[in-house]
Design a protein around this ligand. Structure first.
Ligand SMILES: [Mg+2]
Length: 260
């Protein structure tokens, strides 16, 4: 049975990209990804970022690689056509519609949620195009408590979920996350989870770090404990190297493993 890796899904911040390194995506990893793409392997950056901030970082000095697909805000799929990324409307339009209807249902509750948070924590609360309540907590301890509060609220609203990455959080529809978006790409490419590699470092990566979506799971050394534990639980590869160095290490591990 062919179980070669045909689709690579990498989180961006902390997994592929380390802002303080030069270049922020290690050259050996860029070479590895470019070489695999030349052989027909598809690569998706699967991130919580939105388009403009991701494009700004990818356009930075020392970055030559171009992913074939983007999953943005952990939900929207975009495909590269030459130098541009075009939204996959068959997926993004219902995604947008379902989020709009869901957020309409919780609109009246938002002042109460904000007041609860503001009474207890110093946190930044705002609305953007993707969530009526977005949050930046002062630290991870505060966020643990706020996250638990928001999750309890989500249990009272069918299909509502909260997606958290470090001290950041927002609401989403539970049908859309990095895992379900990766499954859709896998399906569209005519592949199976056994052909998919996925690497991430934080809580919002957990939905894609599952054998349901990818047989080859990986985390860099800097991944939070919950992510390392999930990857190990599924017999995945936790690198001793951080960030992109760890991703390159993991890809090489799986390529060697599967060619033998
Ligand atoms: Mg990350």
């Amino acid at each position: 049975m062919d179980n070669s890796i045909q689709l690579i899904s990498t989180d961006f911040d902390g997994t592929l990209f380390a802002e303080f390194e030069n270049p922020p995506i290690p050259l050996p990893l860029q070479d590895l990804l470019g070489g695999l793409q030349a052989q027909g392997v598809k690569w998706v950056i699967n991130t919580g970022r939105e388009m403009s901030s991701l494009m700004e970082s990818l356009a930075g000095p020392g970055i030559e690689v171009q992913p074939d697909y983007l999953v943005l805000v952990e939900r929207e799929i975009h495909q590269r056509h030459e130098a541009r990324y075009i939204g996959l409307e068959e997926w993004n339009t219902p995604c947008h519609r379902l989020h709009g209807a869901l957020f309409e249902r919780i609109h009246a509750e938002l002042p109460r949620l904000s007041a609860w948070i503001n009474a207890r924590f110093r946190a930044t609360i705002y609305e953007d195009a993707y969530s009526p309540l977005c949050l930046i907590a002062h630290n991870n301890g505060d966020m643990d408590a706020i996250h638990a509060f928001l999750e309890a609220f989500c249990r009272t609203v069918p299909r509502l979920s909260v997606v958290r990455n470090d001290v950041y959080a927002r609401f989403c529809h539970d049908a859309y996350n990095k895992g379900t978006a990766l499954a859709e790409l896998t399906r569209r490419l005519g592949l199976q989870p056994r052909h998919v590699f996925a690497a991430g470092d934080h809580l919002n990566d957990l939905p894609m770090l599952s054998p349901a979506y990818a047989a080859a799971l990986a985390a860099p050394a800097n991944a939070i404990q919950a992510v390392q534990a999930a990857v190990r639980r599924h017999q995945g590869f936790v690198s001793n190297y951080p960030h992109g160095h760890g991703v390159a290490d993991a890809i090489k591990y799986y390529l060697a493993d599967r060619s033998s």
